[in-house]
Write a protein of this length. Structure first.
Length: 114
């Protein structure tokens, strides 16, 4: 790979669209939710899919149920996603996601959480 290609790839990486958001991992057998946020939803979904494929637990709070159910009754759901603005720092973006998560906790107040 020549230097121009490396520079182009680096520029593309820096200019990529960053989509963060609020998501839940739902235990469909027990109807329990684990809610979290991530500044990169694609990464969270990929980690979840990898955990399902390999049989490894995706989050320590889920471990007991995950092992008992062999990860078979868990699904990943995106509740809301937002795009990081160019002018936002990662810290500011995460703060916005935390506020969004609080709103979702209020909306889902009757649900059972891990």
């Amino acid at each position: 790979m020549d230097n121009l290609s490396k520079k182009e790839l680096q520029a593309q990486y820096r200019e990529r669209e960053i989509i963060g958001g609020v998501y839940v991992i739902q235990n469909t057998l027990q109807n329990k939710l684990l809610m979290d946020i991530d500044v990169n939803l694609r990464s969270s979904r990929n980690r979840f899919n990898f955990a399902v494929m390999t049989g490894s637990c995706v989050h320590p709070k889920l471990r007991t149920d995950w092992v008992e159910q062999k990860g078979q009754h868990f699904i990943f759901k995106t509740l809301e996603e937002i795009k990081k603005q160019e002018s936002q720092s990662i810290s500011e973006f995460k703060g916005e996601l935390e506020l969004l998560q609080q709103m979702w906790l209020e909306k889902l107040a009757g649900e059972t959480f891990y």
